[in-house]
Design a protein around this ligand. Structure first.
Ligand code: SF4
Ligand code: SF4
Length: 440
């Protein structure tokens, strides 16, 4: 049986730069800037003040609502400031700045093993929320919220996303090979919270070592299976993964829970284990620092709040031919606006590209070739949506499915005229959201 979806495309995957590189711990940063809002939902509220001494794993903030999570100190030291700091995309928001005391002292109880065998679903969710766990695949949705479906939504499957279909990125691949047990325990904990009878781990075929490790480790677990997915972008999209795995289509405007599924990234599963079993908040993550224009591509374990420039330096610095540095992969990542932008919970990669691979083109008129329509995994009409947005016909674009578009960039990638389609979709989606807010 072929596990795949309709549409999509397979760009050169560039994984060879870092797929064989074991995860290396970054040296402790001297200073970190930890944004209070690193997730989808309400920003968290600071509970520390300038001058406070903090330890690793200590909460710096409290959740600002149900769809919100706290952030935690990633180094021990003194709170130097609470100020607006520029993120990788160029937006400024409040962050707690900590100067290291170089002691790396743990907050009380952090990292201490917990017997969680008798924890109830609610106790597990409370631990996940308190640890500030958010989706690590990019969406950064608070995990305890995903694991709290309404009573009328029965969850049959937790599907772990080990696809990592973005070219170049290898952080999840390495984590599966190096920490399979924590991922599997995290999966079991998530299954317990929603009483899901089945667990599936989806991995693309271009990660044979991860497939083998995860299969070996789950072979004795009856209700957990590992599936080998065809290599195609965007196989890691929630809807595409669900369809490939269980052949169910999430309805337009719907959520995975509408078809009885919760999807979570493998890194998130590992963070769930850490939160529940080790009382360890989310204060570090694996990041791929890669591309043809970095001297020594690596997968690194970096503390949240570390300046991105330190990760680049740790990977030997950029080569002379570097042309573009992206936060994330080449399909959905964005050019780094600020090189000192702190690593946050959704930072999966820092990608250094040469001019040849940076794909900088001048937009040409549409030639109506239809290639964008053929590859769209959601059966949308990208060119029609783009034209409607361009001419301010937002409601028409919405009728054509603008709000379903996940901005995967596959249509723009194959477009021979290099139409900047995703740019228009972003504008259109923002405009529709604004119109809806105004109407309320
Ligand atoms: S960016 Fe949107 S329109 Fe383009 S292929 Fe992806 S889902 Fe389809
Ligand atoms: S792929 Fe580009 S040129 Fe072809 S129809 Fe779509 S927008 Fe037009």
């Amino acid at each position: 049986m072929k596990y795949t979806f309709k549409g999509g495309y397979h760009p050169p995957d560039g994984k060879e730069f870092s797929e064989k590189k074991s995860i290396e711990k970054m040296p402790l940063p001297k200073i970190v800037a930890i944004h209070l809002h690193q997730h989808i939902g309400a920003p968290s509220k600071a509970i520390v003040a300038i001058g406070d001494e903090v330890k690793v794993g200590q909460p710096l903030s409290e959740a600002g609502g149900f769809v919100s999570i706290p952030v935690h100190a990633s180094i021990s030291g003194k709170v130097k400031a609470i100020a607006k700091i520029t993120d990788a995309g160029g937006s400024k928001s409040n962050a707690v700045i900590i100067e290291s005391d170089e002691k790396d002292e743990m907050f009380e109880g952090v990292g201490v093993k917990v017997d969680y065998s008798n924890f109830s679903a609610d106790e597990i969710k409370k631990k996940i929320a308190a640890a500030g766990v958010a989706g690590m695949g990019g969406a950064r949705f608070p995990t305890h919220v995903k694991l709290s479906p309404p009573a009328n939504k029965k969850i049959d499957y937790i599907i772990l996303n080990g696809v990592e279909c973005e070219p170049y990125l290898t952080a999840d691949d390495r984590l599966m090979q190096e920490s399979p047990d924590t991922i599997i325990e995290g999966l079991k904990l998530m299954m317990k919270t929603v009483d899901a009878p089945n667990g599936i781990i989806g991995i693309e075929k271009n990660k044979p070592d991860s497939i083998k490790v995860m299969r070996d480790k789950t072979s004795a677990i009856d209700n957990v299976s590992v599936i080998e997915l065809e290599v195609k972008y965007p196989q890691g999209g929630e809807k595409q993964l669900i369809y490939a795995a269980i052949k169910k289509e999430v309805p337009s405007g719907g959520l995975p829970m509408d078809v009885g599924v919760v999807v979570s990234n493998v890194g998130t599963a590992s963070a769930v284990y850490d939160a529940v079993a080790l009382n360890k908040p989310f204060y570090e993550r694996v990041v791929s620092v890669t591309g043809e224009s970095i001297n020594d591509p690596k997968n690194v374990l970096a503390r949240i709040g570390t300046p991105s420039s330190e990760l680049i330096e740790f990977a030997g610095g950029v080569k002379e031919d570097v042309y573009k540095i992206l936060n994330g992969g080449p399909m959905m990542g964005a050019a780094m606006y600020e090189m000192n932008a702190p690593v946050h919970k959704g930072t999966s990669g820092i990608l250094c590209l040469s001019k040849e691979n940076a794909k900088v083109y001048t937009e040409q008129p549409c030639i109506s070739c239809g290639k964008c329509v053929t590859v769209c995994p959601l059966n949308l009409l990208p060119t029609d949506i783009q034209l409607n947005v361009q001419h301010g016909k937002y409601e028409e674009a919405e009728k054509l499915g603008l709000m379903d578009c996940m901005k995967c960039g596959t249509c723009a990638y194959v477009c021979p005229s290099k139409r900047n389609l995703v740019h228009y979709f972003s504008i259109g989606q923002a405009k529709i959201n604004e119109m809806k807010r105004d109407a309320k």
